[in-house]
Design a protein around this ligand. Sequence first.
Ligand code: 3PG
Ligand code: CO
Length: 553
Amino acid sequence: QVSWKLADHPTLPKGKTLALIVLDGWGEYKPDEYNCIHVAQTPTMDSLKQGAPEKWRLIRAHGKAVGLPTEDDMGNSEVGHNALGAGRIFAQGAKLVDIALASGKIYEGEGFNYISECFEKGTLHLIGLLSDGGVHSRLDQLQLLLKGASERGAKRIRVHILTDGRDVLDGSSVGFVETLESDLAKLRENGVDARIASGGGRMYVTMDRYENDWDVVKRGWDAQVRGEAPHKFTNAVEAVKKLRENANDQYLPPFVIVDENEKAVGPIEDGDAVVTFNFRADRMVMLAKALEHQDFDKFDRVKVPKIRYAGMLQYDGELKLPGHYLVSPPEIDRTSGEYLVHNGVRTFACSETVKFGHVTFFWNGNRSGYFNPEMEEYAEIPSDVGITFNVQPKMKALEIGEKARDAILSRKFDQVRVNIPNGDMVGHTGDIQATVVACKAADEAVKMIIDAIEQVGGIYVVTADHGNAEDMVKRNKSGQPLYDKSGKLQILTSHTCQPVPIAIGGPGLAAGVRFRNDVPDGGLANVAATVMNLHGYVAPNDYEPTLIEVVNN
Ligand code: 3PG
Ligand code: CO
């Protein structure tokens, strides 16, 4: 039985309106021409930085500080928002899958047992993101799974690949496909009929999120399940090389691999097993619904094979989706949102579609819906659909700012929480000029929200979930930009391992509140206790320590 009542903070008052602003993909890095945050005009964020060290500092947002396997793992929005919301560090999907594969437990669980019953007569299909990005999936995990499944009876395997170029360098897809092809060739030598069956770029095929654009999932469905796509190839490496002539890895059009009679080699059929091998939920949950829900109606599936489906993880604990999975997800319980609702803190959360689930679903420990609809309101601003965000780098930043402002001025909420996506979503396109525009727009949205906080005498907390826009090139160990063989600058579309800023302020911030200097390694998970303090409460004992202290002047 959880005791939800939080102790009163010894000195900090309750009832101040608090704005909690998460800048997505906004890290701190040395100022040079590839640091878009530095290049952009960001007067609001610059002025907050002036408050260092008492009102501004850096916190860790990657690696072990957010539950990832190693210090080389860049941060990402899932683990970042999980840590921000939950106030503790949980071993994340990437790590849990590593452990399950290393111990072999993955093959002993209910999920593997369930799908393996199809191995005798059916095909095992593996669908997911093909890269070593470690954000949604990892190639080495796929390799182990291929090996493990074939050793345990899978005789016919089809892999449906989604090319990356977003968590890894653009163009790296070719190498990943070559690696996979050589693994599959080895399996074939050992008598397993293993092949790539279909593919497409992650942003155009399958991996949409938060129901922004079901067409993305449909394109994948047609290729993976029906064996239909506008492009047909007999070889996946060739397919990717050819399609890259007109698109980058993220946006490759869907293709299917066909035999010499033009027949698709691996559509999903009755009696087959399907595994989606991404461990991260947001961009797999839509496909999971299409695979699992009988009454699915988001697009016409045309063909609905009777399959046994398992996710690498269960993607949504509340919806129990999918019902079968290979590895149990982290149990992120007792999140700050749930505590605050129990203690009477009325909450408003807002972002645009592409990041909406970040400040709700991820924030609340991968849980969809409200804890208490009477205490919470979540507002989603529809994202632009069918464009890459370098074309509209301002995205919906101002609309998010306005919604937050209105929520603050309404005085109906104690916490107004937003995610401002620009630095991240535009940073992922690798378009430096557009990312500069994006950062400026994000800064303007912050200003709008801080101005509203000034009006109501509230408090603001401004932070970020991980780095992205502050570094747009791949670098060597000493920080020099790297060029490829043809002398082209290697653009970094991915996140980074940089720390992120956190700033506190506003007229409602009690005198004497400042950042402590005895938590130098503080990270995103320390923010929840900090915010609870600013709402007038002491965080639960097992939360990571608060970043602030109150000194008597
Ligand atoms: C994506 O899904 O867009 C990227 O892989 C990671 O971005 P995010 O972690 O910022 O959502
Ligand atoms: Co991102």
